[in-house]
Write a protein that binds this ligand. Structure first.
Ligand code: MV4
Length: 454
């Protein structure tokens, strides 16, 4: 096992890593930017090293600064958290070169899966269902292939992710122009203009499978997370189990995720994302990191994924098999609380937290780096807390969510907490039958509510 881990991240996830390390008897080194001197992860770690100024490019994304901090503190491993350097295969390689373990998948596996069209090819070869589609480059005429797929279609950037560079084409006449737009956009955003085309699913759900793979060829898949409630590709609410899946679909999805992981030579923890519509699921992409919403799976499966991640990175075998991994022990919901103004197009609201009262009691977990008097810097993302609610079944979990959201008091900055209460209380959300357009369709956003009040 590792003696000392450097955490190349900030905020609640840095706190999460420190907590897991402490339970494992591993020393921790925090790194921080000038803007994060007062951040909780700095105070909590055994040691802390300043690695640069506020902008992430000059600190948390500065590979050389992070690696040097690891060397001078004699850390034997680096935990990247999510975002920043977490899915950077070059960084993982640079760690290996310096004799430091990168706590994440091997660079070859992330490269194989990071490029969306390549990930899709691996999936297809592994017998994992994918959305019908075609490769495309703007030099060849694909109108015939696209007609076979059937309109409407969606153009996606091969190097993309998170919905960036996607374009819907509803009629053959729009195809050529949209392909050119999409490719130009992709080139500007990702430095790579290649795109591919898929049949558009009009009302999908986003359902993902958490996997864990050790260095001895063992892979397990956990119960799914349903992340259908999103706004502009930002997840707002995640829950498990999905109100839409049957036990058979769940097993099929888990099997598919395991096949894909094995085909890609995947190691460590990761998430296989699917779209789900009309009883069928389709692979879309792999996230080669431990995600924001991992506590939902921790609650449902009764496992510590952060501990597991560190153990498998240190070469330990998975301590249980698929039967244990797929146990569903409760219903769990996560609410991402962002310092954003829901009355003003979710504008980020950095600033000082004047008052903070966190909810508690049975079935309520709060992962946060925030404290009363903490000033949220303006350089980074605006998530300040995650509420993870668990209860015996979905109705009980929804009631508990409302109770916990009611107990949460944050003053000094605007937050998205009120919007979460509206989502949970909405009859369509309560009914469980909704798709990725839920937020826009239901007019739940304050910006829309304000328009209708006018
Ligand atoms: C799709 C789709 C419909 N049809 N692909 C958005 C992010 C990226 N990971 C994949 N995304 C989508 N791909 C086909 N063929 C709809 C989306 C999509 C979406 C997916 C999951 C959650 C929210 C979404 C919001 C808009 C679009």
């Amino acid at each position: 096992m590792f003696k000392r881990i450097l955490i190349a991240n900030r905020s609640e996830i840095a706190v999460r890593v420190i907590r897991a390390c402490r339970e494992l008897g591993i020393e921790t080194v925090a790194v921080y930017s000038d803007a994060d001197r007062e951040s909780r992860h700095v105070a909590m770690a055994d040691r802390a090293v300043c690695i640069g100024p506020g902008p992430a490019k000059l600190s948390y994304l500065d590979q050389e600064a992070v690696l040097t901090a690891a060397e001078i503190t004699q850390s034997d491993a680096i935990h990247p958290g999510y975002g920043f350097l977490s899915e950077n295969a070059d960084f993982a390689e640079a760690c290996a070169k310096r004799g430091i373990v990168f706590i994440g998948p091997p660079p070859e596996a992330s490269r194989k899966l990071g490029f969306k069209s390549a990930g899709k090819a691996v999936a297809r070869a592994a017998g994992v269902p994918v959305v019908p589609g075609t490769k495309s480059d703007i030099t060849s005429d694909v109108s015939k292939e696209v007609a076979d797929i059937g309109y409407p279609v969606l153009i996606k950037a091969s190097a993309g992710g998170g919905g960036k560079g996607m374009r819907i084409v509803r009629e053959p006449g729009e195809l050529k122009a949209q392909l050119e737009y999409a490719s130009t956009e992709a080139k500007a955003a990702f430095g790579d203009g290649s795109v591919f085309i898929e049949k558009l699913l009009e009302r999908p759900r986003h359902v993902e499978i958490q996997i864990a793979a050790d260095k001895h060829g063992n892979v397990v898949a956990f119960p799914e997370r349903d992340c259908t409630v999103q706004r502009r590709h930002q997840k707002l609410v995640e829950e498990s189990p999905s109100p839409a899946l049957t036990p058979q679909i769940r097993r099929d999805m888990q099997d598919a995720a395991i096949r894909l992981a094995k085909a890609a030579g995947y190691q460590n923890v990761g998430t296989v994302e699917f779209l789900y519509q009309d009883g069928k699921f389709y692979f879309i992409e792999v996230n080669a990191r431990l995600q924001v919403e991992h506590p939902v799976t921790e609650a449902v499966a009764g496992v510590d994924l952060m501990e597991l991640m560190i153990r498998v990175a240190a070469g330990e075998k998975l301590p249980f098999g698929q039967e244990r991994a797929s146990e569903i022990r409760c219903h769990a919901i996560e609410h991402r609380i962002n310092a954003e103004d829901p009355d003003n197009h979710f504008m980020p609201c950095p600033g000082r937290i004047e008052r903070l009262e966190l909810p508690g009691g049975a079935g309520v977990r709060v992962d946060t780096h925030a404290y009363e008097g903490y000033t949220i810097p303006s350089y980074y993302d605006s998530m300040i807390a995650k509420l993870i609610i668990s209860a015996g079944d979905r109705p009980a979990a929804l009631r508990r969510s409302l109770r916990a959201l009611g107990e949460l008091k944050i003053e000094g900055v605007k937050t998205t907490a009120s919007m979460h209460a509206r989502v949970v209380a909405h009859p369509v959300f309560m009914g469980g039958d909704f798709d990725t357009h839920f937020i826009e369709k239901t007019g739940l956003l304050d910006e829309q509510r304000k328009e209708t009040r006018k």
